[in-house]
Design a protein. Sequence first.
Length: 227
Amino acid sequence: MPLLTIGHRGAKGHLAENTLPSFKKAVELGAQAVELDVHVCATGELVVLHDFTVDRTTNGSGEVHKLTLASLKALQVEGKYTLPTLDEVFEVLGKGVFVNIEMKGRHTAKPVADFIQRYITEKGYTYSDFIVSSFQREELEALHNISPDTPIGVLTQASVAQAMEWAAEFKAVAIHPHFSLLTESNIKKAKQAGYEIYTWTVNEPEDIARVKTLGVDGIITDYPDRL
Ligand code: G3P
Ligand code: CA
């Protein structure tokens, strides 16, 4: 498989993270895939933003899971964008862009599994159009139990070995380690165990060159144009 360029929160290095223009920009810059973060809001919809609160990225305040979709939609990002739902991101991307959905919030596994099932049954997508990742053991376990066919990636900032243990437990297809954790030796072990390796968030040219040499399968970057 050729190396996948995965736009982090869209093209975070160029436009406001996790916004529709940022996702469009990532594809324009050559990304074949995008990464995004999801939470469930108070009215049950999957919304795309990174933090557990809206404070950093919008003109509002409060916890995402306590806000309704209508109140989230009334907020502004950088004075000109709105927070997208997961459906809106897929509408903008269209088919053919591989999407890494990170379950950032809590209790996201069921809504994410339902979302993917709906796209498969109603819109002609297949499981291979998605990979669902998380740092959170409970979310990964829940997703694996609810939807064993959904491709899982195990995120880690701490240990490739631990990510591989969880990957074995939840039949994941990939591990997603921070790039600083990667070595020739742990990459070899992960490959021998059959896992794809999607590493993040690799922005500097020398780091991009290093992880390319190590033979990862995908690079999650704020700057898809740098790959
Ligand atoms: O999925 C890779 C990366 O996005 C994980 O860290 O904090 O950017 O969500 P974070
Ligand atoms: Ca993320």
